[in-house]
Design a protein around this ligand. Sequence first.
Ligand code: NI
Length: 281
Amino acid sequence: MRIPMKSAFARTFLFFTVAICLTSHAPAKAQIPSRPAPQAPVVVEPQPVINPTNTPLLAVAAPMPAPAPTTPRKPAYNSCNVESNTVAMTFDDGPHPKLTPRLLDILKERGIKATFFVIGKCVAEYPDIAKRIVAEGHEIANHTWNHPQLPKLSPTAFAAEITQTNDAIQQATGILPVTMRPPYGAINAGITKRLNEEYGLSVILWSVDPQDWKIRKSDHVSSHIIKNAAPGAIILAHDIHASTIDAMPAALDALQAKGYKFATVSELIAMDRPAAPKATP
Ligand code: NI
């Protein structure tokens, strides 16, 4: 840009004025995140400065355009309608100090990404395991602070369960969750609406349930998963039971041998397509 100036002093004065102006309008640095978010990183490329009218450039380049809209999320999911043989493995109620790291090793050996619906108070106790979940490419998601039945809570207690858990996850990992699973699958329309609209959380239920919390036999857990998996399935399991972790190598190997791919819940949702219209007679 060309700015006619009578003296070196005037140029210097203008330079410092612009510098101070830009600095004072710079956004505040985020306080919470302790590491860069590996999920959906936003890369801001430097933009060429175009100034056809040759007006003074006192402002930074125009804001980036919003990303292209993706398929709008539904309020809640039991499964997704996908074209490929893809499923989402989900693990609830951790992190567990011994079993979650063991599960993470099993997933890593197979290159499988999963989703962990974590309990807020366990994240506060084991933040390093929450960090590892995120560092290894898995999705971390909200499963409340204390595992209550949400429909039984007052609005204030409900808000505390969700907010404290989001805060603990964000403090440990830098990630703000976009999915949540209500404990026991206990949910209603009003709670779903609050979770969607106030917290930006999609409600994730499941379509395959090996009842691993009740039947603590790894053979049962693995065979139930292998038998019931289908494209778009959301598979429920709990990484706080040794029998569940023991079941995983056989279950995951069998699904991979059948040609299944594994996605996080948010990845599966991104593949979701509207169901085909019913054929008219
Ligand atoms: Ni649970």
